[in-house]
Design a binder for this molecule. Structure first.
Ligand SMILES: Nc1nc2c(c(=O)[nH]1)N[C@H]1C(S)=C(S)[C@@H](COP(=O)(O)O)O[C@H]1N2
Ligand SMILES: [Mo]
Length: 310
């Protein structure tokens, strides 16, 4: 018999999202100093940061419903339609799982996932999530800061970039049996971008273990960049001196640049990036520079021509 966490008992009656938001309301009502303190520490499962800094949320950003976060996905390893990942990833095995950290670091290692995560305090963060296809969501992630992992590996002074690689396993990932992408999927960041406190490795959504379709057991989240930066089901994190290849850039470099910062002023060659459709909403929203995170990240790109470095 399977044992369930206590939390899960009423899951047949209510959605995880309703439960999660209820807890949040309860904590807000309980209010006052205790809840505020927990929110600041950010390490407790049921507390969330207040809107605004440092998470870039606007007052009208409401978490996107669970069914959309986990049912409308991009994960080409499991198919190219938005409904494919949920339909095709349920049997995907995410344990045991090993993460290799290597390249230009003093302490390369192959970690069992549990050991990889252990030294870090788990945090809950709600981020705006913007796809290059001009839709967006607001996602309550759970995970650990990427900087934790990089500091532990001790990057050498030569390291300038970080490459992320998804599992290659065509037996489990039907999408890898056709050549839509030059598998395995890879992505990359400049090291200073990767060290930014907003850069995150997610292991959950809505306070629960990450569903396979969202990139279990470990996926990158870079909230000021287009969603395709968020490499899923990561097996390797490699520090390099030269700019790594990235999956979408290899397919169409004029459409998907290395930087991939959310920038309403730079259109995709085939459509505008000036606005976006928030999943679940009817009217379009104006897209914000750096997806609303300009205060925190604009300094990373000082002096760069962001129309060239798209
Ligand atoms: N391995 C892998 N990672 C991936 C993708 C993919 O196809 N394969 N799609 C990317 C794109 S385009 C987006 S928008 C996000 C979607 O994340 P979500 O399904 O959790 O919203 O994942 C990104 N990470
Ligand atoms: Mo995307």
């Amino acid at each position: 018999m399977s044992s369930r966490p206590k939390d899960d008992v009423r899951s047949s009656e209510i959605t995880p999202e309703a439960h999660y938001l209820d807890r949040r309301r309860f904590l807000a009502a309980a209010g006052g100093f205790g809840a505020a303190l927990l929110a600041v520490r950010g390490a407790t499962a049921d507390t969330l940061p207040a809107p605004g800094k440092p998470y870039g949320l606007q007052p009208d950003d409401k978490p996107t419903p669970w069914d959309d976060v986990t049912g409308y996905n991009n994960f080409y390893e499991f198919g190219t339609d938005k409904a494919d990942p949920k339909a095709n990833a349920q049997a995907f095995r995410t344990r045991p799982w090993t993460v290799k950290v290597d390249g230009l670091v003093a302490k390369p290692a192959d970690y069992a996932l549990e050991d990889f995560l252990k030294p870090s305090a788990v945090e809950d963060r709600i981020y705006r999530h913007r796809c290059v296809e001009a839709w967006s969501m607001v996602v309550p992630w759970r995970g650990i800061p990427l900087a934790d992992v990089l500091k532990r590996a001790q990057p050498s002074p030569k390291a300038k970039y970080v490459e992320f690689t998804t599992l290659l396993d065509p037996k489990q990932m039907p999408g890898q049996r056709s050549r839509t992408i030059d598998w395995p999927y890879t992505e990359g960041l400049r090291l200073d971008e990767a060290m930014h406190p907003l850069a995150f490795l997610a292991t959950g959504v809505y306070g629960r273990t990450l569903p396979n379709q969202n990139g279990a057991p470990l996926r990158l989240v870079v909230p000021w960049k287009y969603g395709f930066k968020g490499c899923k089901s990561i097996v390797r994190i490699r520090l390099t001196e030269t700019q790594p290849k990235t999956a979408w850039n290899q397919i169409a470099s004029n459409e998907y640049g290395f930087y991939a910062n959310v920038n309403p002023g730079v259109d995709h060659p085939r459509w505008s990036q000036a606005s976006e459709r928030r999943i679940g909403e009817f009217l379009k929203r104006k897209t914000l520079m750096f997806n609303g995170y300009a205060d925190q990240v604009a300094s990373l790109y000082q002096g760069m021509d962001l129309a060239k470095n798209y």
